[in-house]
Design a protein around this ligand. Sequence first.
Ligand SMILES: Cc1ncc(COP(=O)(O)O)c(C=O)c1O
Length: 495
Amino acid sequence: MLITSVSPSLAHSSKKSSSTHPRLSKKLPRLPHVTFGNAQWQPQWKDWIAKCGDFFVGKYYQLKEAHHPTEKHPETGNKYQQMAAGFPPPRPFQPFLDAQAKYAIDPKNYAYNKYQGEPYYRQALAEHLHDRFNITINADTQIIPTKASNEALFDLLKDMDVPTINGQPAQTWLPSPGYDTYNIASKAGGWGINTYSLSNENPYPYKGNPFLFDFNKAWGDMDKNAQARIKLLVLNYPNNPTGATAPKEYLNDVLRFANEHGLLVIRDFAYADTYQVDADGTPLTARPASMFELDAAKDPKAKLVEMHTFSKSMLIPSERAGYAVFSKALTEKHPDEPFAFSQGLLEIKKRRDATGPSYVFQKSLVDALKDKEGYRAFLQKENRLATEKYHAVRGILEKSGWDILGDANSVCPYYVWAKVPVKNMSSEDFAIKAFKEASVGVIPGAHLTPDGSTAGEGYIRIALSSNPLNKNPNNGEYTGPLIEAANRLAKLKGS
Ligand SMILES: Cc1ncc(COP(=O)(O)O)c(C=O)c1O
């Protein structure tokens, strides 16, 4: 629409002046229709939005209240409990905040900076990897700082060249159910999508475990054309939404399989530091392993990218703090390519972003990581709380006959992954029921299921992370909104 009149105040001032200001004498163009001469230009988003479709965004998220709840449910009077999104609790590692406060007041820290981050920053990340996983990573060639993991996963999948195989786009092989970005970004990038099941109905369970997919076996049952289309495998352990964790032996077998068939493996390691601990802070099972610890990672053919983030560990999701680690093969430039694969992520950044991570952020993270003891104690405390929450909620639901999936003592305690507790009800209908009748937001498994799969249907994901857990000091019993919400959910169990 064109603006044909000026606002009263502007009109008033223009009347007063002897000559009308040239800008005010013109009709001002305004979006959504911008006038260029006589032509009208209708702004359009690139068609990748259309390609992404309404997966996830158009469905459950139409229940806007689920993310922007009113304080109390108008009919039941219950306080709304957000258990849909896995928001980290608002308690970042204090030394990071202290460092931010220190560096934020120095004017020198506000210049544009390097896309790959400062050498001291990458060095601190490499040292952190060494301390945590006992691996040696080259800070200059193998680490690229990213905007946490989501954007980096998106960049990789969307901007990679998709080969055409027998007239069809090559495929990504995605976990189903799985984190929605893999599916959205694969579609945006023009990949075909193949899925592997992580549900109870997984036709290729690895050593009988349905949350681990036996790629070797599935591959053996595929015809050559189907095999040829698959070029890229996304792995996510500890897993969202099932909470499943993967032993080293399994990860090694998967990487060996990928090496043998020339597949690129993208390991989303968002929950690297979320694991169950006992009352003393000792891990109940082995802490999640980096895939760079594996023998298969030493194979010079290994094409592995591991995505790390501080969103869920240091509890700083707004900082978009992460980094990608590349295997050596991906850092080598081939004669017929303009740059090495790892460099591609930087090349995207150079063309799109004006700058790399801020100095305030880099310096603060480096300082925070120097406090190794403090960080270890912080993770222990957070993981103990997560463990208690997980068992408290699981216990309440199981007592009412809910079927909670996964081994209670080894799953990542961030989410409860449950079978829809009402017979023949879809996961989406149950999520709506939970919202309306219990004032609790949960995610339907169908919304975490990539195209062409139904593996998440029949399940729901309950996020525990952002909900506090209170303890009655007199009897030690758990109380508070998380427990109340779990009790309300428990009552929804139907036959
Ligand atoms: C499996 C998984 N990957 C990646 C992310 C994105 O986290 P961030 O981009 O903040 O690192 C999440 C967030 O919930 C997740 O669950």
